[in-house]
Design a protein around this ligand. Structure first.
Ligand code: GDP
Length: 292
């Protein structure tokens, strides 16, 4: 399931040559000199389809701007139809899904996978376009289907190459989906897999906090903060193999020393933005504001 960057050429899809070409470009561009501004922080927003990436990008960009922060919003999803914000930079200006479908005789999914790989080839241009805005912070809305970004070679490559300045990932736990222990554990597992791909500071957000009653939100936050609370929920709510597997997955993640403390956030009401911002500032700017 989690592809090693080195195994991209083994794909059975018809654009195998593109993957090989992408690889060559990745290697060649490693040695090229970057022209990015100083102190530009990049935050990638990642999560499963529908977890709230685009709306968070929209609302958090607005909120940061109101706080007089010099921020831009970047859309990195070539397949998205409509967005709740006007991106300052839009990958759809570089890569057109319909064109790929036509040119290579691909269906929508094949074209999306091809587009995900092609994004890597645009890293240099994207970096230059971001630099023209000279932002202090760029929020990057990643492709709707997380695996296209996180589990192919291009995502970690872009994350590494767009900036050498501190960067971070926001991983979204959809609160409605995560409200039962089985789904919560699945999400922890995915978040651990993403961390394993990027090795970048990762902030964990419980999205859509306005959709659950406060007591339900608090319960999920407790699971994230206290292993015994989560284990008690697994014992209480799950049975049989699901209980055993969930317990083992959680123990494996704890053994790795990974922590998934969740910050409840609503992109509808802006609840939690102060905490999210403080956490990002601590990680990226040593506690200072992004724009002094
Ligand atoms: P993405 O696929 O991860 O980019 O998810 P979207 O941002 O497109 O959101 C998916 C759906 O969830 C949309 O209908 C959003 O309006 C909704 N949504 C996203 N964030 C929130 C939130 O904080 N609160 C509520 N109530 N709905 C949200």
């Amino acid at each position: 399931m989690i592809e090693d960057p080195g195994s991209q050429a083994t794909t059975h899809l018809p654009f195998i040559n593109i993957n090989k070409r992408t690889k060559q470009i990745l290697i060649a561009s490693h040695s090229q000199k970057k022209r990015h501004p100083q102190h530009m922080f990049i935050v990638f927003i990642i999560g499963t389809a529908g977890s709230g990436k685009s709306l968070l990008t929209a609302s958090f960009t607005d909120w940061l701007r109101l706080s007089k922060q010099n921020v831009i919003a970047v859309n990195l999803d070539p397949g998205v139809f409509t967005l709740p914000y006007t991106p300052d930079i839009d990958i759809r200006d570089y890569i057109k899904i319909e064109q790929l479908m036509e040119q290579y005789g691909l269906g929508p999914n094949g074209a999306l996978i091809m587009a995900a790989d092609l994004i890597a080839e645009e890293t240099e241009r994207l970096g230059e376009e971001i630099a023209t805005f000279n932002p202090d912070i760029a929020l990057i809305d990643t492709p709707g289907q997380m695996e296209l970004f996180a589990f192919r070679a291009s995502g970690p490559y872009i994350a590494n190459e767009l900036t050498k300045e501190p960067r971070a990932l926001i991983y979204l736990f959809d609160s409605v989906f995560s409200s039962n222990p089985l789904n919560y554990v699945s999400n922890v597992f995915l978040a651990a897999a993403v961390y394993n791909r990027f090795f970048t500071p990762q902030v964990h957000v419980l999205s859509k906090s306005d959709l659950l009653p406060p007591e339900d939100m608090n319960r999920i936050v407790d699971w994230s903060a206290d292993p015994t609370a989560l284990e008690a929920a697994i014992e209480e709510k799950l049975t049989g193999t699901r209980r055993l597997l969930s317990r083992d997955v959680i123990h494996a993640v704890y053994r790795l020393g990974l922590k998934f403390l969740l910050i409840p956030v609503s992109a509808k009401t802006n609840e939690g933005f102060v905490s999210l911002n403080a956490t990002l500032e601590r990680i990226l700017a040593s506690g200072e504001k992004f724009t002094p």
